[in-house]
Write a protein that binds this ligand. Structure first.
Ligand code: SF4
Length: 460
């Protein structure tokens, strides 16, 4: 009764939350299995950002409920955003659920499973639990919660929860609650522990990381709490790279832009969600910046880091988006030359202000706009990757490549994926790789023999 499978939907934040639940469960004697069919307990860590994601998880839970009817000892739980968003309504729809735990109650999952299994063993009544959904940020618990016994060359570190913005399309403020920051000291302690166990790169996570600590932590020398955190992380010996997601363009004030020029571990890659290239639509989305301001920010970042890579989020087909609005998005998209983008076709999320608007852009038009942007993105990504052929890039070696004997995968500071022949002992090392080939998504190369210990036998 102690084999648990956790299926994660959605974003990196959810992946990080699942890691934490897995670690908590392991420390209670549960084992985490890689295949659903080997498990006695299946937990679905869900996403509510789009209706499709919720429907997928509900469909999966309905399917698993059939297994439960065949095997009464099988345990099924729903965690995360959908649990937070829908709460007890889920039990009406899925009466076979044993556990519903919102985004702030992940750490209580082991207690509930212990109780549930104890009552099943005693053949007592089987409790169905909704762990109350109100806020609670369990910061200290995160420090030792990374995958036990596994070296993570690159690790996610959650620095805050929630969001106080009110983007009209977004359900996140409802599912994750208001902004709460972990103390800087706890985050530093967590990263130092990770680095001692072999981590070389961290990605700081939060729904709006650039707002980190703005209520709890004072500005010092005009530097925001987020920049103070970056500065302290930059001082950690053995940590090589710092990334973060998701920021808000509004959070990129002078202190953060300037940090890109002076913090050597802060990678020259910014995920800057723009959402639309039309001021009219940005206003309807309640995004507090103009396209001009956003473009200026991109220029400012390029002024301190000419090699900056940019990725973004775009929503196509927001209510009222005309051909002209969309054309403005295309123009901006090409002018900035995004290297990566997550493009979403708008769908209303109940409980958000935009759901009250008439969803007037036909599905076919949304799909067409989606395809147009994807084509532009493909062209831009191909061009950027091709420009790297013949250069030598600093790569953090992450793991064996999925395909190819003796091939390994790593990333550039600009987050481009590179495949090259190497050896196991280079995992976690920084190496120089000469780029020889490129495609839209991947670069291929070979270790550069100048000035680095390649860990490879060289035939003479
Ligand atoms: S800033 Fe991001 S998380 Fe917050 S409401 Fe807007 S889209 Fe949602």
């Amino acid at each position: 009764m102690n084999r648990v499978y956790i299926k994660t939907y959605g974003c990196q934040m959810n992946q990080r939350d699942s890691e934490q639940v897995a670690c908590d469960l392991r420390s209670r004697g549960y084992s985490i299995v890689q295949h659903e069919e080997d498990a006695d307990v299946v937990l679905l860590n869900t996403c509510s950002v789009r209706d499709q994601a919720e429907q997928k998880a509900i469909g999966k839970a309905g399917h698993l409920a059939r297994r439960k009817r065949e095997n009464p000892n099988f345990v099924l739980g729903i965690l995360g955003c959908m649990a937070q968003n829908r709460g007890s309504e889920l039990l009406d729809r899925l009466p076979d659920l044993d556990l519903v735990a919102g985004t702030q109650k992940f750490h209580r999952v082991p207690d509930h499973l212990d109780n549930l299994i104890a009552s099943m063993n005693a053949q007592g009544p089987r409790p169905t639990s909704i762990l109350d959904l109100e806020e609670e940020l369990d910061s200290q618990n995160a420090i030792n919660s990374h995958k036990a016994g596994e070296r993570q060359v690159s690790a996610f570190v959650s620095i805050m929860q929630g969001c106080n913005m009110k983007c009209t399309f977004c359900i996140v403020p409802k599912t994750r609650g208001p902004e709460r920051a972990r103390p800087i000291a706890h985050i530093i302690q967590e990263v130092e522990t990770l680095v001692a166990n072999g981590t070389r790169e961290v990605t700081l996570l939060g729904q709006i990381v650039t707002s980190y600590g703005r209520r709890e932590i004072p500005f010092i020398d005009k530097k925001s709490p987020f920049v103070q955190l970056l500065e302290q992380l930059n001082e950690i010996d053995g940590l090589e790279r710092i990334r973060f997601t998701s920021p808000h363009p509004r959070g990129f004030k002078e202190d953060l832009v300037e940090a890109y020029g002076r913090l050597d571990k802060l990678c020259e890659y910014a995920h800057l969600p723009v959402q639309s290239g039309s001021d009219r639509i940005l206003k309807a989305m309640n995004r507090p910046y103009s396209v001009d301001r956003y473009m200026q920010l991109v220029r400012d970042l390029r002024a301190v880091q000419p090699d900056m890579y940019f990725s973004t989020d775009i929503i196509v087909g927001f209510p009222g988006e005309t051909d002209q609005d969309f054309q403005m998005t295309c123009d901006m998209f090409e002018e900035i030359g995004f290297d990566m983008a997550f493009i979403f076709k708008y769908s209303p999320r109940s409980g958000t202000p935009a759901a009250e608007l008439h969803d007037d852009v036909p599905k076919t038009v949304k799909e067409e706009r989606n395809q147009i942007l994807l084509k532009i993105l493909e062209k831009q990504s191909r061009r950027r990757n091709a420009s790297l052929v013949g250069t030598i890039q600093e790569i953090l070696v992450e793991c064996p490549a999925r395909k190819g004997e003796g091939m390994f995968m790593g990333r550039t500071r600009g987050f481009r994926k590179v495949i090259f022949p190497a050896s196991q002992r280079l995992i976690g090392e920084m190496v120089d790789v000469e780029i020889e080939e490129s495609s839209v998504t991947t670069l291929k190369g070979r270790l550069s023999l100048t000035g680095v210990d390649t860990g490879m036998a060289v035939a003479t």
